[in-house]
Design a protein. Structure first.
Lengths: 213, 216
C-alpha cells in the first residue's frame, strides 16, 4: 500500500513538529490545537464541538482531495468519504495525541481508496459529457452522411410509379399493408411485390455495398 | 449525492459519546496477558513435556524460544500500534530482529543435528498431539486478536493482519515447544517455519478481509 499511497502526490505535511508560526496564513497546523480540543469534546458527545470540527476540517480535506481529483463531484465524494470514516472510527483517536496525523492518515487512505474506485469505474464505464452527445456508431458522427436522407428521397423519386408509391407509403410514412392498400388502390400482394422490387432498385440506385435497407 | 453540509449535519445528529480506545500498548499487553492465560491453562490441563528441564539447560532451546517469545510480543505491539490511524508504520519492523534470530536458531539447529535427522526415528503419533496443541493455542489467540483489532477498524488491514499472524505464530511456537519434543531437526523446522507460515498466511489472506469488514 505504501507504494500506492506515494502515487497520490506530496506527503501530507500535517505533523506535530510543524508549529503554527510556520503557517501564519492559518494552514491546517494552525488549527490543529483547536481540532484536538474539538475532537476530544466530540468524543464526549459535544455536538457543537463536533459540528465545528467537521466544518473546519472540510476545507482542508477539500484541498487535499483537489490535489488528486479534478472534477468537483469527485472531490466532494472523497471529502464525504473521509468525513464518514472520521465519524465511524472517532473512538480510535487518542485525545492525548495530536489530531493532525490521525486526520491525515484517514484522509490519505480514503483518497487512495477513492482513486482506486475511480480507476475501476473508468475501466467499465464511459462518462457522457456535453461534448460526447452523439451516438456510439462511428457512422453517426460523420457530417457527410447527414445528407443521406436527401439522397434517399431522390432515389425514391427515380423509381417507377408503383414501386415509388409502395415505398413511400409503407417505408417512409410507415403505414400498414392494409392502410397502404386503401390509400393506393393496389392489392396487398401487389404492394408486397412492389415494395420488394422497390427496395432492390433503391439498393442499386444508392449503391450501398452492404445491401442494407 | 447528499451535499457536504447536509452530511455534516446528519453526522452531528448521530454523534453519540464514544469511549476512546486504550493506548495500543495497553491493548497489546492485555492481549499478551490473555495469551499467557491460555498457555497456562493448557499447561495445567496437559502438563509439560517430561524433558523440559533438560531442554531449558540447552542454550539453543532457550535462545530459540526467547526469540519466538520476543517475536510474538513485538509483533503484537506492532499490530496494535499500526491499527491506529496516524501511527508510524515503522512499528511493523519491530518484530523483525527477533524473527531473524528465531529463524536462524531453527536453521542452525537443523544444520548441527543433521546426523540425528538420519538416525532419528520419526514418530508420527506425536505429530497429532502437536497439531492439537497448535489448534488449541492458535485458535483462541487468532480469534481474540482479530476481535480486538476489528474494534480499531484499521484503514490498511493487510500489514496489521500479517503482524497479528506473526504474533500468534510466535506464541503458538512456544506452546509447541513446551509440550512436544522435537529433537528431530526436520520436525523443528517444519513446526517452527510452518507455524509462522501458517499464521502469517492466514492473517494475510483472511485477516485483512475480516478487518476490512469493520465499520467505516
Amino acid at each position: 500500500m505504501s507504494s500506492r499511497s506515494r502515487e497520490i502526490g506530496p506527503e501530507l505535511t500535517l505533523v506535530t513538529e510543524t508549529t503554527s508560526a510556520a503557517h501564519p496564513t492559518g494552514g491546517p497546523a494552525a488549527h490543529e490545537l483547536d481540532w484536538t480540543i474539538f475532537m476530544a469534546r466530540s468524543q464526549r458527545g459535544d455536538r457543537d464541538a463536533y459540528r465545528r470540527l467537521l466544518e473546519s476540517v472540510t476545507p482542508y480535506l477539500r484541498s487535499l482531495a483537489a490535489r488528486t481529483f479534478q472534477a468537483r463531484a469527485d472531490v466532494e465524494d472523497a471529502v464525504q468519504d473521509v468525513l464518514l470514516t472520521i465519524h465511524a472510527i472517532r473512538h480510535t483517536y487518542d485525545p492525548s495525541r495530536p489530531f493532525g496525523p490521525w486526520l491525515a492518515a484517514i484522509a490519505h487512505r480514503r483518497i487512495v481508496d477513492c482513486l482506486r474506485r475511480h480507476g475501476r469505474a473508468r475501466g467499465r464505464e464511459t462518462s457522457i459529457e456535453d461534448e460526447h452527445e452523439t451516438f456510439a456508431a462511428p457512422e453517426a458522427n460523420l457530417q457527410e452522411q447527414a445528407s443521406d436522407g436527401r439522397v434517399l428521397r431522390q432515389a425514391v423519386d427515380e423509381l417507377p410509379p408503383g414501386q415509388r408509391d409502395a415505398i413511400r407509403l409503407l417505408k417512409l410514412e410507415g403505414l400498414s399493408l392494409k392502410e397502404a392498400a386503401v390509400a393506393s388502390g393496389m392489392s396487398i400482394a401487389a404492394l408486397k411485390v412492389a415494395t420488394h422490387r422497390g427496395l432492390k432498385n433503391l439498393r442499386k440506385l444508392i449503391g450501398d455495398p452492404k445491401g442494407k435497407t | 449525492m447528499i451535499s457536504t453540509p447536509d452530511l455534516i449535519e446528519s453526522l452531528v445528529a448521530r454523534a453519540a459519546p464514544v469511549r476512546p480506545l486504550r493506548s495500543p500498548l495497553a491493548r497489546s499487553m492485555g492481549w499478551l496477558l490473555f495469551a499467557a492465560l491460555i498457555l497456562a491453562l493448557i499447561v495445567l490441563s496437559h502438563g509439560v513435556r517430561p524433558d523440559l528441564g533438560l531442554s531449558l539447560r540447552q542454550p539453543q532451546f532457550v535462545v530459540s524460544n526467547l526469540a519466538a517469545l520476543l517475536t510474538g510480543v513485538f509483533a503484537a505491539v506492532a499490530a496494535f500500534m499500526v491499527s491506529i490511524p496516524g501511527r508510524s508504520r515503522n512499528w511493523l519492523l519491530l518484530p523483525v530482529p527477533a524473527l531473524v534470530v528465531w529463524m536462524s536458531t531453527v536453521g542452525y539447529g537443523c544444520l548441527t543435528s543433521w546426523v540425528s535427522l538420519r538416525s532419528g526415528e520419526l514418530r508420527l503419533g506425536d505429530e497429532a498431539g502437536c497439531f492439537a496443541a497448535l489448534v488449541l493455542t492458535g485458535a483462541p489467540l487468532s480469534l481474540s486478536v482479530l476481535l480486538m483489532l476489528r474494534r480499531a477498524a484499521p484503514l490498511n488491514p493487510t500489514p496489521v493482519a500479517i503482524s497479528a499472524g506473526l504474533a500468534v505464530a510466535g506464541l503458538t511456537a512456544i506452546a509447541l515447544s513446551l509440550f512436544h519434543n522435537h529433537d528431530v531437526s526436520v520436525w523443528i523446522l517444519f513446526w517452527s517455519v510452518g507455524t509462522v507460515g501458517l499464521f502469517v498466511a492466514l492473517g494475510g489472506l483472511f485477516g485483512s478481509r475480516m478487518l476490512a469488514g469493520a465499520p467505516h
